[in-house]
Design a protein around this ligand. Sequence first.
Ligand code: CTP
Ligand code: MG
Length: 220
Amino acid sequence: MAVALLVAAGSGERLGAGRPKAFVVLAGRPMVEWSLDALRAAGIQDIVVALPEGAEPPAGCLGVRGGVTRSASVRAALAAAPAAEHVVVHDAARPLVTPEHFEAALEALGHADCAIAAAPMTDTVKEAGPDHRVVATLDRSRLWAIQTPQAFRRAALERALEVDDALLAQATDDAWLVERAGGTVRVVESTPANLKVTTPFDLRLAEHLLADRLPRPSTP
Ligand code: CTP
Ligand code: MG
């Protein structure tokens, strides 16, 4: 059995929509609802949502107040989650997630403490100094752009989150905390379509992609 932690407590500063990003209307509904649909279609019913101050939990979900950082929101949601062997963490900012993403990540837990959705890099990646001078070109064939969902054996995630707030604030994903704690992490191949809405450009892109999923009005 798996429980889901949906983190939706961010302020959405870079989007600049004047309200928390997860509640910005996207293709006709609050962004967070798209991820909830995919979770339920994957058969995951126990969902804890980390929320910004003043937000009501979506119907059928348990709501908790989010933390100061993303990983603090994950920790708060996990503390409120009902018993389950497996936990799947997802960013409400990735509304294009599909049920298959959740299923594949959970299935890969048979071989690891943590399994994370990831897209093979298509851009060449270089490392440069503060003066913009390139110091290295990385081997793209081994590089992955990391997304959510990220699935965990619950005990591994609990152990990984037992760190002080300063370290928690450094984590851009929870899998890194598992890596640090000596756990095994595997990538599960995803596609760039599972994009994260960060900027107004991303919102427009997500709007187009989600509009394609809506049933079209039939022509007489
Ligand atoms: N998040 C959260 N609690 C925080 C910060 C972020 O639950 N304290 C969530 C966001 O709601 C989002 C996901 O983590 O679903 C990824 O974070 P990000 O894309 O950075 O969203 P925001 O923090 O809202 O955006 P910004 O950084 O531009 O303010
Ligand atoms: Mg943020």
